[in-house]
Design a protein around this ligand. Structure first.
Ligand SMILES: Nc1ncnc2c1ncn2[C@@H]1O[C@H](COP(=O)(O)OP(=O)(O)O)[C@@H](O)[C@H]1O
Ligand SMILES: [Mg+2]
Length: 248
C-alpha cells in the first residue's frame, strides 16, 4: 500500500477583499519531513500557515492531514489531531511562569497536564533552570524556546513555525537551529518552517517552496532555488548569499 502523505494541500486559494493572497497553492509534506517556505513579505506565508491551522478558512481547495480532510475543523480540533505551531510574534502568558506556560497547552491538548513531563520538555529546550520565572521576564531567544516547548508538549505530528529565527542574534540563531535539530531527531516530528534566515534554514532542510504574490514559483532544493531566475527576481535579488560551498 502506498503510504499517505502527512499533509496534503490541494489548490488552496484565499482572498481578503479583492486581495488574492493565496493562488491555488498545492504541496505535500511527508511524515517526519522538514520543509522550508520562503518568499517576500506579503507573499502569503503566514496566511498559508493560518489556513493549515484553521485560523483562516480558505475560499477553495482542500487540506488533508493523515488522509483526512481537516479544512472545516476548528483550530483546537486540528491541534488535537497533531498540528502544533508557533507564532511570528510569540504568544506566551507573560504573567505565568515558564512551567505553567507549558502545562496549559498540555491541559487543553487533551493529554492532561503532567508536571513531570513539562519539566522534561523544559530540560530538552534548555529552560529548566528558569521554570519558576515569569515568562514576561524572558529574553527573546528564551521566549522562542518556550514557544517551542509549548508546541511540542502536546506531541504534535507536525510543527508549523513562523519565522522562528527572526530578530535573533547569530549566536541565538545557531542555538535555536541546534534545538530544532534535536527536537526533530528525538521526536521525529515533521516541520514546516516559514523563514527569512536562509543560511540557517538550509542547514535543516533540503526542500523549499518559494511563494511570490500567493503563488508557488519554485519547489526543490536550495541550489536550484538560487539558480531560478524567477526566484532571484521575485525574492533573492542581490542580498542573497549562496549556501556554503556553493560560492564560486
Ligand atoms: N486577516 C487579514 N485580513 C486582511 N488582509 C490580510 C489578513 N492577513 C493577511 N492579509 C494580507 O495578505 C497578504 C499576505 O500576508 P501574509 O500572509 O502575512 O504574508 P507573509 O507572511 O508572507 O508576509 C498581505 O497583503 C496582508 O496584508
Ligand atoms: Mg508572515
Amino acid at each position: 500500500m502506498e503510504e499517505m502523505s502527512l499533509l496534503k494541500v490541494e489548490r488552496v486559494s484565499k482572498s481578503f477583499g479583492g486581495n488574492r493572497v493565496l493562488k491555488e497553492v498545492s504541496f505535500t509534506l511527508e511524515k517526519g519531513e522538514i520543509l522550508g517556505i520562503v518568499g517576500p513579505n506579503g507573499s502569503g506565508k503566514t496566511t498559508l500557515l493560518n489556513v493549515l491551522t484553521g485560523i483562516v478558512r480558505q475560499d477553495s481547495g482542500s487540506v488533508l492531514f493523515m488522509g483526512r480532510r481537516i479544512d472545516r475543523l476548528k483550530p483546537h480540533q486540528r491541534a488535537r489531531m497533531g498540528m502544533g505551531r508557533t507564532f511570528q510574534i510569540t504568544r506566551l502568558f507573560s504573567n505565568l511562569t515558564v512551567l505553567e506556560n507549558v502545562i496549559i497547552p498540555m491541559h487543553y491538548g487533551g493529554g492532561g497536564a503532567d508536571e513531570r513531563k513539562a519539566e522534561e520538555i523544559l530540560k530538552m529546550v534548555g529552560l529548566f533552570e528558569l521554570k519558576d520565572r515569569k515568562a514576561g521576564n524572558l529574553s527573546l531567544a528564551q521566549r522562542k524556546r518556550l514557544e517551542l516547548a509549548r508546541a511540542i508538549s502536546v506531541e504534535p505530528k507536525v510543527l508549523l513555525l513562523d519565522e522562528v529565527f527572526a530578530g535573533l542574534n547569530p549566536v541565538s540563531v545557531r542555538e535555536i537551529l541546534e534545538l530544532l535539530k534535536k527536537i526533530h531527531s528525538e521526536t521525529g516530528v515533521a516541520m514546516v518552517l516559514v523563514e527569512h534566515v536562509l543560511k540557517a534554514l538550509f542547514q535543516i532542510t533540503k526542500r523549499v517552496i518559494v511563494l511570490s504574490e500567493g503563488r508557488i514559483i519554485y519547489e526543490g532544493d536550495p541550489e536550484g532555488m538560487a539558480k531560478s531566475e524567477e526566484v532571484v527576481k521575485a525574492y533573492l535579488g542581490e542580498r542573497y548569499e549562496a549556501p556554503r560551498g556553493q560560492r564560486s
